[in-house]
Every structure is written in C-alpha cells, then in structure tokens.
Design a binder for this molecule. Structure first.
Ligand code: MG
Length: 173
C-alpha cells in the first residue's frame, strides 16, 4: 500500500506530466501555424510521450492499491518567438521535471518504499535522454542561426521522428 504522502506526490507528478504534454502540444500547434511541419511533428511525438509518462504513474498508483486523483491542468503559452526559443524553453522545462523526479525519488527513499524507488528509476534514465535531446537540437539550431536553408534542413530532419510507446506500458493498455 502506498503512503498517503507518496500517493499525493505521485498524483502531483501525473499532473506535471500532463502539463508537459499540454506545453508540447501547444508548441506543436504554434510550429505548424508558422510552417515548421517537422518541428510540429517533433513536439507532437513529445506530447504523446508525456501522456505515456502520466499513464505509467497512474498504472503504478492503481497497482499499489492507491487512488488516482486528476487535478486541473494549468494553462500554457501559445506562441514562441522562434523555434530556437521553443527548444530552449523545452530544455529549461525538462531540467525542472528532472528535479521533480529526483525529489520524488528522495521521498520514496526516505519512506523506504523500495517499489516506488524502483519504478522511478525508469524516469531518472528517461530524463537524461529528454535533456540530451533538447540540448542537441538547440546546438543544431544555433549552428544555422540566420540561415534559412539550414533551418529548413533541421525541420526536415525533425519530421522523421516517430512515436514509440514507453517500455513500461508494454502489454498494459
Ligand atoms: Mg515526462
């Protein structure tokens, strides 16, 4: 059985993951409206991945006999100055999420809830990837700053990203 404290903290993380999904969906719509179909695709895949993250946490709460409590999702921005700005904000946001996951892990350790610590390890690894992905796209965008053809090529590259269901959800949905 999950402690009330941990259940509340994991429910808060479910909300944070849905907020991330909402943020990336908004970035996807903004990029599409401005003609960047590849960037739009990249953020749409990100939107789907964030929903997976929320679902993993919800499944975990239920598996431990807890209650999922969905809270309202706060509003997100609707427009970014340019594509580099959107990815810079993505990196800043993912660093915040990493801190949230680390805090959750610290709480699980403090409560000696080994099952929760174990479940969170997937998220800890996932955050390394999230930060690395955003940082590497920022690097590419900075290299072509002011060069329209370069930006076009990066947009083409980002169009190739495809969604893959998160491993912890395999066989569970
Ligand atoms: Mg996430």
């Amino acid at each position: 059985m999950l402690s009330r404290n941990l259940q509340d903290a994991i429910n808060a993380q479910v909300n944070a993951e849905f907020w991330s999904a909402y943020l990336y969906l908004s970035m996807s719509a903004d990029a599409e409206a401005k003609g960047f179909k590849g960037v739009s695709n990249w953020f749409y895949v990100q939107f789907r991945e964030e929903q997976d993250h929320a679902r993993i946490l919800m499944n975990y709460i239920l598996a431990r006999g807890g209650r999922v409590e969905l809270a309202p999702i706060a509003a997100v921005k609707t427009s970014w100055g340019n594509q580099l700005e959107a990815f810079e904000e993505t990196l800043v946001h993912e660093r915040k999420v990493t801190a949230l996951i680390n805090n959750l892990y610290d709480l699980a350790i403090a409560e000696k809830d080994h099952a929760t610590s174990s479940m969170l390890k997937w998220f800890i690894d996932e955050q390394v990837e999230e930060e690395e992905n955003a940082a590497s796209i920022i690097e590419s965008l900075k290299q072509v700053e002011g060069n329209k053809l370069g930006l076009y090529m990066i947009d083409k590259e980002l169009a190739a990203r495809t969604y893959t269901q998160a491993a912890p959800l395999a066989g569970k949905e």
